[in-house]
Structure formats: structure tokens, C-alpha cells
Unconditional design. Structure first.
Length: 276
């Protein structure tokens, strides 16, 4: 039997991100052949992935990060089957490694991210490798990015909710940027402003308003006016700039931003949450 040194195990771990014991076993099985050991880890992952293809992966982590210049931010979701795995250090390390690649390479979409390389292996294949290491179905399920003069990332404790917010100006009080990113996390707006709400959503809200008024016995000729009133309330509650600031409900987010700088506004945001 070939002698397996700790240096060999550490090297295989760096390349595959697999656990120490998995690396040791793969090297023993390959009789010390490094390339064969990599292939053993990959084949194990594919075999487990095939067996668990019909499982649901609804747990996991949601992570966000911004480039050093603060102008680009990315958000990813790596799913697992159980919360137990979602809290596993190896799983979180994999997710953060994927996040770092996304920050560095700025892929256009999820499929492009999956095709990028992590330690000389396509990210899609690296996720499959980890299925064999962890023993659960894993899925890189979501990727989005925001580009702006300044981008703020926020990850809620527990890694189940994250946001990205783009701002029109950089170089202002960091707390302002963070407050708005946390507002998006807490209040889940549907859009930045009223003009950004999709027509389909507006039509749906108007119809809901009419139906509620109709059930309340309001006259038919009053339904449109009542629905418009309910739509105005929807804008106030569900569009970011018009929401009350959670830390001071005497002002809206628009007013809070303008108090920091009259030209400051939000240009875009992304939010993702796992079931809380």
C-alpha cells in the first residue's frame, strides 16, 4: 500500500474542497495516484447525485458580497436537503468559494456561473462532487447581481436571507446604505418606486381592491375609487422608496435618503429568502 502523507491529503483537499477523511480514503483507494483520487471523489458525487435526483433541496444558504470597489454585488443560493447540512462548515465553505468566483468573474447569469471554474473544476461539477462528500442533493439554485455607483450587501444572521441594494451615489455614511439594505430584508418591497411596479401586479391589486369592496357591500359605482385608494396604500407599503423607514416611521425611505444627500436614491435591489 502506498504511503499517504498529510501533505498529500491537504493538497487533495485544496483541489477538491472535500473533507480530510474523504481525501484520505480516495488517496488510499487510488494507491496514492492524485488524479485518480480526484476522479474517485467526482464519481462518488455523481453516483449519490443520481440516487437523490428526485429529492427536494429547499434548505441551504443565501449569501451576498460586493466587489472591493463597491460597484458590483452578487447574491447566490446554494440549496441542500436539510438544515443540518446547511449549517455544515464544509457546505458553507463551498458556498463562499462559489460566491468569491462570482464576485471575481461577474458572470452574466446562473448558467454562466455554473460553467466557471473553481480549483480547475467547473462549479456545476464541483457541486456534484460535494453531493458525494455530504450525502445530500445540493443545487446552486439562484444567482443575481446589481451594478451601481455603490452597492450594499446584507446577510441576515443564519444565512437564510440576503439582499443587495444599488445606490445612485457612493462615499456617503455607510450606515445609510446598510439601513436601506436591512429595510429591504425586513419589509420585502416589490419594487423601488411606484413607477417600477409591473402592470400585471397593479391590475391584480385593483381587482383585489374591487372584490374586497364588493364583498363589503359597497355600491358598484364606488368600486373603482375604493380600489384606487387601496392601490395607493399598496404603493406605500410595498414600494421601497415609499415605505415607512422601520427605524423611524415618521419618514419614508425616500425622505431618509434625501436627508443624507438630496441626490441619493436606490437604483435597484435584489432579495432572496429561504423559508423562515
Amino acid at each position: 500500500m502506498a504511503t499517504i502523507s498529510s501533505a498529500d491529503v491537504a493538497r487533495l483537499r485544496r483541489v477538491t474542497l472535500a473533507g480530510m477523511m474523504d481525501c484520505k480514503k480516495a488517496l488510499e483507494e487510488s494507491k496514492g495516484d492524485f488524479e485518480k483520487a480526484i476522479e474517485i471523489i467526482r464519481k462518488k458525487g455523481q453516483a449519490v447525485a443520481n440516487k437523490r435526483a428526485d429529492r427536494e433541496a429547499t434548505e441551504g444558504v443565501v449569501l451576498a458580497k460586493v466587489t472591493p470597489d463597491g460597484k458590483n454585488g452578487v447574491l447566490i443560493v446554494l440549496n441542500s436537503e436539510t438544515d443540518f447540512v446547511a449549517k455544515n462548515a464544509e457546505f458553507i465553505s463551498l458556498a463562499n468559494s462559489i460566491l468569491d468566483v462570482a464576485v471575481a468573474k461577474n458572470p452574466a447569469n446562473l448558467e454562466e456561473l455554473k460553467s466557471l471554474r473553481l480549483n480547475n473544476t467547473k462549479i456545476a461539477d464541483k457541486v456534484v462532487e460535494y453531493v458525494g462528500i455530504i450525502g445530500e442533493k445540493l443545487e446552486l439554485a439562484y444567482y443575481e447581481k446589481v451594478e451601481a455607483a455603490h452597492v450594499q450587501a446584507y446577510i441576515h444572521p443564519g444565512n437564510r436571507l440576503a439582499t443587495l441594494v444599488g445606490f445612485s451615489k457612493a462615499g456617503l455614511d455607510a450606515q445609510v446604505y446598510k439601513d436601506v439594505a436591512m429595510q429591504v430584508a425586513a419589509m420585502n418591497p416589490v419594487s423601488v418606486d411606484k413607477t417600477d411596479v409591473p402592470e400585471k401586479v397593479i391590475a391584480q391589486e385593483l381587482e383585489i381592491g374591487k372584490e374586497q369592496a364588493r364583498r363589503d357591500g359597497k355600491p358598484e359605482e364606488m368600486l373603482d375609487k375604493i380600489a384606487q385608494g387601496k392601490l395607493a396604500k399598496f404603493y406605500k407599503e410595498s414600494t421601497l422608496l415609499n415605505q415607512e423607514f422601520v427605524k423611524d416611521n415618521k419618514m419614508t425611505i425616500r425622505q431618509y435618503l434625501q436627508a443624507a444627500d438630496k441626490e441619493l436614491t436606490v437604483t435597484a435591489f435584489r432579495r432572496y429568502t429561504l423559508n423562515l
